[in-house]
Design a protein around this ligand. Sequence first.
Ligand code: ZN
Length: 418
Amino acid sequence: MGIDIGGLDAAIVAGFPGSFSSFWQQSGRAGRRQTESVVVFIASSSPLDQFIITHPDYFFDRPHETAQIDPENPYVLTDHVKCAAFELPFTDAELTSPHVQAAFPPETVEILSALEEDGIVRHTAGRWHWSDRSFPSEGISLRSATADNVVIVDITEGRNTVIGEMDRPSAKEMLFPNAVYIHLGRQYMVTLLDIPNRRAEVTEVEINYFTDGVVKTDIQVLTEDSIVSYLPEKLSIAVGDILVRTQVAKFKKLRFHTHENIGFGEIALDAEEMETRGVMLLLDNRFFPLHDMEGSGLDDADLGEILSGMGTLMRSVAPVFLLCDSRDIGVWPRIRDLHFSGPVLYFFDRVPGGSGLADAFNESLPAIIQASIDQIQNCPCEYGCPSCIGVHSENPLIKSSAAGLLKNLVSGSPGDKN
Ligand SMILES: [Zn+2]
């Protein structure tokens, strides 16, 4: 801000910004004049950054990502219809014409009727007129499918200043009462989270810890569109609609720098429910031989850690292949899944209704698995770290089992853990 980027000769990209498109856009801030320029990329310890830094050929040969959006997502479509109706009224005649239906599917009529009930459009003489005072594009977030944000207000010593905004599901995980919120290097404590009025109040504090909400997730499979097998007769993958229920019931207080746990607190907030799209890896006994693993002394908690480590790693490298941030993808491991009976690794789109990310994830799965194998094999740690499976484990079998299982997925040689 305030810098004349036309004259910059060098740019430093500290940490991969999440997509190749953003990377080149940031790099392009240097060298706008006719002279030579330099861009330095500093990799963080994240698996994605480490993958890029160890695969420079891949990095330089790669085209930009393809953006995914699901135009039939009801949240996306409703906003699309609102903006269109604001520009020009829909007519009944055009809603049935193939020309218009190419851009607005048949559900458009139902959406317009629902908007009329809310007083946002008015249907008269065969035309749907915009009748709301708002400007519809203002309510649309380019990052998420819903614009349902909580405003963060600093009320220290009578101040009443808005210092930030957060989407509602994230607010429940990060702005619960007594949570520590950090903004521009200052610490604030949340004193109130008023979900119906989309408002959080914070006061400035000075303390030696930060807070981390413990999120419990539960998933229900609503529909299975297809069970496919990319690698013939090997791994089965189900794609479908799921209901994700998340609840933050308590939080940890972690000391700065050492991350030592210095206490817990309770959180009394309703669970959050979201329908979205999921990709489920059905890890039957060939890939995840529960009995063999139990025979090696691993208990259910260890098996959960292995599955969770695989999921964390795959999610972290996924943005190499998809235009997204790793936080756009949810991961949930279940050792004894009742719906599919067996171990299942769930990946889901964190945008309500799904943005098309789950299907794109599914299509890139072989490449994501291969990149995860490369990353875990090349990671110099012994027992797991944030650059591979996400955690350091006391049990040496966690990392090696996660690596072995990932290899099983591509080689299809059951039981070959090395
Ligand atoms: Zn590691």
